[in-house]
Ligand binder design. Structure first.
Ligand code: IPM
Ligand code: MG
Length: 363
């Protein structure tokens, strides 16, 4: 029996629809197991820009930092896409990650057996895939300075900077090793060390940190070759640790293994997660705000529901309840219910709300 303070930023596009289903499932857990979730709604991204002119206000960041956890709906949309606009929805998300100090983004990719035939890849390739990408989240190209667009006498130019300190690299590599230790003791560190200085440093630090983890086997892989391996032989991968932008790209690719972006959850943390220890975090499905399908009750809420499960596990020390949510999703899918993105012949097509209802009913 406990009371938890959860900030919810519903976001833009399909954000509010899928968030509503995640909250529905959490309420079902609360009711059944006697936990009180004190949900506080805050604006982030496009909706915040419309209301305040800023993608993340100081007040919202302060609320997020006070919370036990933050549950986030995707931000962005064509309305705020103009490249010459001063502020974009994504700025709010990046400022929130940075402002909460969340350098470790955990993106598990688990292929569920009943969805094996529904992907674009051969069933034998994806069956049994169970990997996790540890994405560095507050450094690299996303945040490095200088970062700007400007005009010279010879025309327009732009610069982004890929910058990493040894401390930033070491702490994320450690998260990778800790996770690998709790799983199959194999860590793949992904870089572009044949070209990039940041990657050369990354590789050095990885082998230094490895000395503290003699029980874990470290392999280094170049990001281009890892991109290929992810769809050629994903079962050979257990834990990947990589820098911000590589992780962004590889996890969209990895979502194809699971059948849909609408299936993949993530947790953004500011420390190494430990069983039964409560660390605050931001919980964000990896998919975007999908503005073209917003408001139609067709988006897949499973990524958000699984994200809520990660929140229970890592921030609220409720692993039993997290597993109950994951099992509920598994059972609903086993019964043949599908949203349109994972629909296949002979299955029962349901909408966003119905999928949420079905999962909540199993709690
Ligand atoms: C993600 C998204 C974000 C990112 C965007 C929306 C800024 O693609 O979480 O993967 O690049 O981090
Ligand atoms: Mg992305």
């Amino acid at each position: 029996m406990a009371k938890f303070r959860i900030v919810v930023t519903a976001g833009d596009g399909i954000g509010p629809e899928v968030i509503a289903e995640g909250v529905k499932v959490l309420k079902a857990i609360g009711k059944k197991y006697g936990h009180t979730f004190d949900f506080r709604y805050e604006l982030l991204g496009g909706s915040a820009i419309d209301a305040t002119g800023e993608a993340l206000t100081k007040e919202t960041l302060a609320e997020c930092n006070k919370a036990d956890a933050v549950l986030l709906g995707a931000v962005g949309g064509p309305k705020w896409d103009n490249p010459s606009a001063k502020v974009h929805p994504e700025d709010g998300l990046l400022a929130l990650r940075k402002g909460m100090g969340l350098y470790a983004n955990l993106r598990p990719v688990k292929v569920l057996p009943m969805l094996v035939d529904g992907t674009n890849l051969k069933p034998d390739v994806v069956r049994g895939v169970d990997l996790i990408v540890v994405r560095e989240l507050t450094g690299g190209l996303y945040f490095g300075r200088p970062k700007r667009r400007y005009t010279t006498t010879r025309g327009r130019r732009a610069v982004d900077s890929m910058v990493y300190s040894e401390q930033e690299i070491a702490r994320i590599i450690k998260v990778g090793f800790e996770l690998a230790r709790s799983r199959n003791k194999k860590l793949t560190s992904v870089d572009k060390a044949n070209v990039l200085e940041t990657s050369k440093l990354w590789r050095q630090i990885a082998s230094e940190v490895a000395k503290d983890y003699p029980d874990v086997k470290l392999e280094n892989q170049l990001v281009d070759s890892c991109a290929m391996r992810l769809i050629q032989d994903p079962k050979s991968i257990d834990v990947i640790v990589t820098e911000n932008m590589f992780g962004d790209i590889l996890t969209d690719e990895a979502s194809v293994l699971a059948g849909s972006m609408g299936m993949l959850p993530s947790a953004s943390l500011g420390a190494t997660p430990k069983e039964n220890e409560r660390i605050s975090g931001l919980y964000e499905p990896i998919h975007g705000s999908a503005p073209t399908i917003a408001g139609q009750n067709i988006a897949n809420p499973i990524a958000t529901i699984m994200t809520a499960a990660m929140m229970l596990r890592y921030s609220l020390a409720l692993s039993k309840e997290a597993k109950i949510i994951e099992d509920a999703v598994f059972n609903v899918l086993t019964e043949g219910y599908r949203t349109v993105d994972i629909m296949s012949a002979g299955m029962t097509k349901v909408g966003t709300k119905e999928m949420g209802d079905l999962v909540a009913a199993k709690i």
